[in-house]
Design a binder for this molecule. Sequence first.
Ligand SMILES: O=C(O)[C@H](O)COP(=O)(O)O
Length: 247
Amino acid sequence: MPSLVVLRHGESEWNSRNLFTGWVDVDLTARGEAQARHSAALLREAGLLPTVVHTSVLTRAVRTGAIVLDALGRPEVPTRRHWRLNERCYGALQGMARTVARERFGDDLYLLWRRSFDVAPPPLEPGTPGDPAADPRYADLPAGTLPRTESLADVTARLLPYWREVIAPDLRSGQTVLVVAHGNSLRALVAHLDQLSPDEVLGLNIPTGMPLHYELAADLSPVVRGGSYLEPGAAAVAAAAVAAEGH
Ligand SMILES: O=C(O)[C@H](O)COP(=O)(O)O
């Protein structure tokens, strides 16, 4: 059976400061690096040795993937990086503390912007941190591709082509695929895999550095809806902490 593991990057510098991050390119904290190494140990114990890795082009995901492979003694495993796996663009919220956002805009709008499927935050101002128009990584993308803000629906629309055209063929060819991405780009993928309702999407939170395993049927539908965290107890506690951020 095709085997997929999805992993949100380890804790980042802005995760530890509770700042909205989006496309701002920050690094891992020492805790985040340790989470990546622990994820490798869990993968080894579970017999889930990746044969291909897909990451976003953001440092926190790229480095998490590299640390996992290094800890497994498998630095030669091919890794592909693509912007379509990037975190959602959080627009004008990028760089803002979650507590400030919740107090400034109110609980309802704060929740809608963080966790609804089809509501995007206000767009980022040109030239502010994380503006992809100023980043050479995206220089070759067609004009109009780069987001200035994204809803989860927007993330889904730009992520699924990569899922269908690149990751799915790896799975169908029998690879053990590790996808290292972000809290919301993985929410978009999980919502697609599990066909989540809008209410289920609203309650979906993915913790940093905790491998989530999906056994997939031949049509790539999950054998177990929601997949299986390799450390389910710790993941449930950490996901609740993500939901509570900013409160
Ligand atoms: O971009 C960010 O700030 C995080 O990766 C996800 O933040 P959220 O859990 O508030 O959506």
